[in-house]
Design a protein around this ligand. Sequence first.
Ligand code: SAH
Length: 215
Amino acid sequence: MDTKYHILREKMVAEQIQSRGIENAEILKAFREVPRERFLSSYAKNSSYEDHPVSIGFGQTISQPYIVALMTEVLNPLKGEKILEIGTGSGYQAAILSHLGVNLYSIERLPELAKKAREILEELGYSVKIKVDDGTLGWEKEAPFSGIIVTAASYKIPAPLFEQLGIGGRLVIPLGGELSQVLTKITKQTKERFSEEKICGCVFVPLLGEHGFKK
Ligand code: SAH
């Protein structure tokens, strides 16, 4: 075990995650055990445990640790549940969800990022199904999902994602404009109806695609 990163990781959990009210023991354990530095390039590794997003290249970022924890808590995944992530990025959020025992599907539009994420997730022993595609279309063949987590900003709920959610399923998504959004939890009640809970303000890179922002 790399002691330097181990210490930074413990500090991150205590100061950025626990202190801000995330209490779920399983989630805290996942953040203590997933080596976040492995998801960053060598030049950015020193910033792995800092309290802000970090560049992963191609104009994209790995989210701030607290936001990853908050989205995980809001999604509230149970072991074995089939969950879809849109925006694999570095693969860190995917690793956290896999560590929690989720049956995870993840879509990334940039092949280079998908490739890197796939490699590191495999090295760490997580079996995430990753595909390169426009995630706003969802993953129809694998639907329905118990939960969908969108880690990029959208101005609306992409219709295919709502359709591919099972009844009672949760969709966690930053909704708003390109500059700032509100992290929102949608719970599907019937084929057409849903309830909506606003969690907090946030800033994500845009979700680009057929049912998202235009490229
Ligand atoms: N969850 C990531 C953070 C992702 S940043 C992590 O833990 O590191 C947002 C990602 O969404 C970027 O990699 C971006 O390329 C991707 N993205 C944007 N629009 C997309 C779309 N329509 N489908 C799939 N991925 C998309």
